[in-house]
Every structure is written in C-alpha cells, then in structure tokens.
Design a protein around this ligand. Sequence first.
Ligand code: CP
Ligand code: NVA
Length: 303
Amino acid sequence: MAKLRHYLQFKDLSRKEYEHVFARTRWIKDKFKRYQRYWPLEDRTLAMIFEKQSTRTRLSFEAGMHQLGGTAIFLNTRDSQLGRGEPVEDAAQVISRMCDLVMIRTYEQKILERFAGSSRVPVINGLTNEYHPCQILADVYTFIEHRGSIRGKTVAWIGDSNNVCNTWLQAADVFDFKLNVSTPPGYEVELERNTKNYEPFADPMQAAKGAHLVTTDVWTSMGFEAENKKRKKDFTDWQVDAAMMKAARKDALFMHCLPAHRGEEVAAKVIDGKQSVVWEEAENRLHTQKALMEFLLLGKVKG
Ligand code: CP
Ligand code: NVA
C-alpha cells in the first residue's frame, strides 16, 4: 500500500518524483497508442467533484481511470449534498470510505485543503482559484516531449496572474527554469512572486523576448465573470499575437490550457499556427494524469 499522498499544489511532488511520473507517462502513452491493455487500477474508484465547469479535466480523468481498469464517478455541487451545505470534512469522510481516489475542482484552495485533511485517500487538485497543477503537469511534459529538458529555459507568461500562472511559478522552482511574467497594472502576481526564477515585466514584448515557450490563458477565469467587461479593456495590450511570437525564439512553442478566446488573449494566427502545440498539450492531460493516478495509488511502479 503506497503512503497517503495528495496532489494539491505543483510543489507537492519533487523533481525526482516528476521525472518518475514523466517516465511512466511515456510508457503509459506508448502502450495506449498501441491499443495494449494496462489495468493496474482494476476495481479502484475515482470520485470527481466539480464545483466549476470542465471539458478537458473531466474527460481526461474519467477516460483515464477507465483506461487504467478503474471506474470514475462524477459529482457536482448542484446534484450532491455539497450544494446544500454539508460540511466539506463530512463529505470527505464519507467519499473517501467509498472511493480510492478523489479529484476536486472548486473555488478556494482552502476548501480543497479541508477536504484533504479529512480524506483517507489521495486528493487531486482539478483546479482551484489559486492553482491548476494537473495543467502544468501536462504542459511541462509537453515541453519536454518537443524540446527536451526545461531546465535553464525561459517561459513567458502573458496576461492574468491566475491559477495557471501561479502554478507555472511553482514549476519554475521545481524544474529550475526562468518565468517571465507580464500582467497589466493591477493584475500583478501576488501568490508566488517570491520564487527565485520569477521576473516581472511591464511590457509583454519584453517578457516574450528570447523565450523558449510563450503561454497565456483567458483574461477572465471562472468565478471572476463579474469583472469581465473591465478586464477586456485592461488586458487589450496583452494579446499573444504574431509580433509577440516573433520577439520570442524562432523555435518557441505556444501553449494555452484551453478553452481559448481567439481575438482576446491570443490571436487566431498564433493558436492555429505552426508554433502552437495546444492539441498535444490537451491530449497530454490524459497521459500525465494516468501516470499521476498510478503514482498516488501504487507508488513508484517500475516498467
Ligand atoms: N484546461 C482545462 O482544465 O480545461 P477544462 O476547464 O475544460 O477542464
Ligand atoms: N484560468 C482558467 C483556467 C481554465 C481551465 C480558469 O480558472 O477559469
């Protein structure tokens, strides 16, 4: 039985552990592509709790669990007692007696931490207001697949200092790469700005300069919809367009966690262009999370 481990933030795993998870991802992905059955999680059950909407996260966890031989159960706030005020700790006690693994997408990180504190089984962060570790797990893997080691490279984050940006900042310390961040005034990084690998830029073009990877996300994240109108105005100059990609290295990649808004945070020419790897990035959510679930439930599997 593997030791109880949660995946609530990117820094919950060490670089060595990520190296293991990435090696397992390669192996699991390769087997999947060859239609070879791999069922290490037969008879295991994943509970997926969604308090916000999702396409990729739900599909990749649900399909991933099935492909590993297990079962996934979807719960949302509206249809469960969570929406009627059952304490998170009570829900955690019950759910973790019936399931082997829990994935939660919710609002404050604190809710996730409270759940994990009362859970008997591993809990995975499927996105909170503060962090989105499963996304950067796939993103770093995708970068390595295309370009080799990310150590010492430069990643440019253009736009909002949101959950995805905060997670990139943690990843910069785990993998030792540089993160250039450019946000509009008033939207600066607050949570993870103390990392030694972080450099803020007022000008997004300067942030993109010489980068090996340029990445961005929506201007308005889930839960912040009331600010949408103001944000659209404030973020106008923070669109990743062809000129910005030109400022980066010639072989720079473009990533976006999706869903994207063409003509807002990214120009259609960029996301649909040659440097974009967004579809591979999205697909790798499936493969990396399968390796993550295997790691959390079975420890360091060899193979
Ligand atoms: N990138 C991502 O997490 O997508 P979903 O919101 O569709 O899950
Ligand atoms: N920052 C976005 C990511 C969506 C996958 C949000 O939180 O809505």
